[in-house]
Design a protein around this ligand. Structure first.
Ligand SMILES: NC(=O)c1ccc[n+]([C@@H]2O[C@H](COP(=O)([O-])OP(=O)(O)OC[C@H]3O[C@@H](n4cnc5c(N)ncnc54)[C@H](O)[C@@H]3O)[C@@H](O)[C@H]2O)c1
Length: 357
């Protein structure tokens, strides 16, 4: 139990380093993508954004070799073995992807389009153009989540039968103006990460029950609070519970993932979501039944969501590009499964509950 290697994790790195070219120079590229590539010492050879002043700013900040003034120029000037790293609103993906060369290696930000139909279309483009492609669902590859997955896979908490993801936070939605006119918001752009994570741990459920709600102070957005329940054909309870309207200080803000098994439990606090985007400290707590004299204990996990999880998704893609037997847990095929969950969640939410007679 004192074995500290239980709580370490390593990102499997590719042997071949490829240049990265970035499409989109917004908040997430500045805060997470470029810091991740800097930390991994992966070269970024060019950047393009429809607002050239944004790409110029990031090029200066991160020493990016070239700023392009159009997508065509970026494609024509990029090395053949490069990785296209796309971080734009999901509605733009279907226009961008068909322009990339056959056989490209592509990372695209989540969600994979804004509907299941768009996700299927994106998947088909990737297949037809023989892309090695990923969707950047990086939450499941946060270092503390990876450590939890390894412990659970090794049986440390017995059989996993309960998984809860709770976010009671105050999210500054104003940072993303493109979210304001959308018919689908919270589950598509935020809880999608948690649905992807539950699927990663427990697989596809048989049924989804969901309800997504507006908040009286966030009525400009389609919804900002959701409850999503996964129903398996086993005694498993798994659910997502998000409230982004908790505007009452930090004291009762919550951001955690908790797993309960027949032999123990693990709780990971994801501090980044609290007081976003500054973030608070992460925490990793665990309780193993055969070590219960100690009760709940804490472990220090090195690395954090930003930027380490973004290194992990890119490494997963780079490995897939060099080895057909790589895990490729970020593949578009996996992402399409997550988009099926999201679609089912909206279907459930739209259909409503059982009326009280
Ligand atoms: N943790 C995460 O995984 C995470 C966090 C935040 C955002 N995201 C995703 O990343 C994407 C971008 O989010 P953001 O926070 O950077 O938003 P943002 O609004 O800060 O930036 C988006 C950028 O894309 C540019 N853009 C729009 N259309 C373009 C096009 N066709 N070609 C080139 N550039 C274009 C815009 O000019 C803008 O600079 C979204 O899809 C969002 O869901 C993911």
């Amino acid at each position: 139990m004192n074995n500290s290697t239980l709580f370490t994790h390593e990102i499997k790195m590719p042997t071949r380093i490829r240049p990265i070219v970035v499409i989109g120079a917004g908040g997430i590229v500045e805060e997470a993508h470029l810091p991740a590539y800097q930390k991994a010492a992966w070269p970024v050879s060019g950047i393009f954004d429809v607002h050239v002043e944004r790409s110029q700013k990031l090029a200066d900040q991160f020493n990016i070799y070239r700023v392009f003034s159009s997508l065509d120029e970026l494609i024509q000037s990029s090395p053949q073995d490069c990785i296209y790293d796309i971080a734009v609103p999901a509605s733009q993906l279907i226009d961008i992807l068909p322009k990339l060369p056959i056989g490209s290696i592509v990372m695209m930000q989540k969600p994979m389009g804004e509907t299941l139909q768009a996700a299927q279309e994106i998947f088909n483009i990737c297949e037809q153009r023989q892309f090695t492609a990923s969707v950047n669902f990086q939450m499941k590859l946060i270092p503390s989540i990876t450590v939890a997955k390894n412990l659970i896979d090794q049986g440390y908490i017995g059989e996993l039968h309960d998984m809860e993801i709770r976010m009671n936070i105050h999210h500054p939605w104003g940072l993303w103006d493109f979210l304001f006119d959308l018919p689908r918001m919270e589950m598509l752009y935020h809880s999608i990460h948690y649905m992807d994570m539950i699927r990663y741990f427990l697989g596809m459920p048989q049924y989804i029950y969901a309800k997504t709600f507006q908040h009286p102070k966030q009525m400009q957005l389609a919804s900002t609070r959701s409850v999503v329940v996964f129903d398996y054909d086993k005694p498993i309870r798994a659910f997502v519970n998000t409230n982004h309207g908790h505007d009452f200080g930090l004291k009762h803000q919550d951001s955690f993932v908790k797993w309960e098994g027949t032999q123990g439990a693990i709780k990971v606090t994801l501090g980044k979501n609290i007081n976003f985007p500054m973030g608070e400290a992460d925490a990793f707590e665990y309780y193993f039944n055969d070590d219960n004299l100690h009760g709940w204990r804490q472990a220090n996990i090195s690395g954090s969501w930003y930027p380490d999880a973004f290194m992990a998704t890119m490494a997963d893609l780079m490995l897939a590009a060099e080895r057909t037997d790589a895990p490729h847990v970020t593949s578009v095929r996996h992402a399409l499964e997550t988009m099926r969950l999201v679609e089912a969640a909206y279907e459930s939410s739209n259909h409503g509950g059982i009326p009280i007679l």
